[in-house]
Design a protein around this ligand. Structure first.
Ligand code: NI
Ligand code: MN
Length: 226
């Protein structure tokens, strides 16, 4: 079965295969480049890499409306429970949870994670195995050598790799990450949303991993992965 990959903008995606829809880091409200409306996101599952506002986004509103199960870091899941959500899968980097569509595993990320002035556990990347396809969303992170190991273990078809610099890897380091992960397709993310991040032209020129197809997506674009 093919998976429709829809880019919300920034680090946000919606992956759809059959009756399963997995939203990743759904930052819609307040995202200056996002073209979607929160009410149009019909998630069965939400994967949240860390708690910063540009990732946490509209998680609560979407989960309340759709009844989506949220898979995320333990501390964030506790917070969401306090806010009234009940369909939660608390996790931490290194762990994997089997789901109705496949599985979600969290990986390490070198970053920070807080929300509402509160410590929100370790930031993470996420592996999402959906309809036989595997996605690696790096979350917000610095470059680290075990990306090679993550690539070997999970063999992702698609890697979404932060490339906007300042808070995460910039384009050149993101290209090194792609060369270690070795996905079929690498999608640069987390750039151009705000003035502090690298713009699209800088990413287009700098993100050139050897031997990996690059797909530079604009907010609102989709493709089918067969
Ligand atoms: Ni962040
Ligand atoms: Mn971020």
């Amino acid at each position: 079965m093919s998976v429709n990959v829809h880019f919300l903008g920034h680090a946000g995606f919606v992956l759809t295969a059959g009756r399963h829809t997995v939203a990743i880091d759904p930052f819609v409200t307040g995202n200056p480049r996002c073209k979607a409306h929160v009410k149009d996101i019909h998630a069965t599952h939400i994967v949240l890499t860390h708690a910063h506002g540009d990732h946490f986004g509209d998680t609560i509103q979407i989960a309340e409306r759709t009844g989506a199960t949220v898979l995320t870091v333990n501390e964030i899941a506790e917070y969401l429970g306090e806010k009234g959500l009940t369909k939660l899968e608390p996790m931490n980097p290194g762990g994997r949870v089997d789901t109705s569509f496949g599985y979600v595993a969290l990986t390490q990320a070198f970053h920070s994670s807080s929300y509402d002035g509160r410590y929100m556990g370790m930031p993470a990347g996420a592996i999402i195995h959906l309809a036989g396809k595997t996605f690696y969303h790096t979350g917000d992170t610095a470059l680290f050598g075990d990306m090679k190991l993550i690539g070997e273990i999970y063999k992702p078809h698609v890697a979404m790799i932060c490339a906007g610099d300042r808070f995460t890897m910039g384009p050149q380091l993101a290209a090194r990450a792609a060369e270690m992960i070795r996905p079929r397709i690498a999608i640069p993310i987390h750039f151009a949303t705000f003035g502090l991040l690298a713009d699209e032209d800088t990413v287009r020129r700098g993100f050139k991993p050897a031997g990996v197809e690059v797909k530079l997506m604009h907010p609102g674009e989709s493709f089918d992965l067969d």
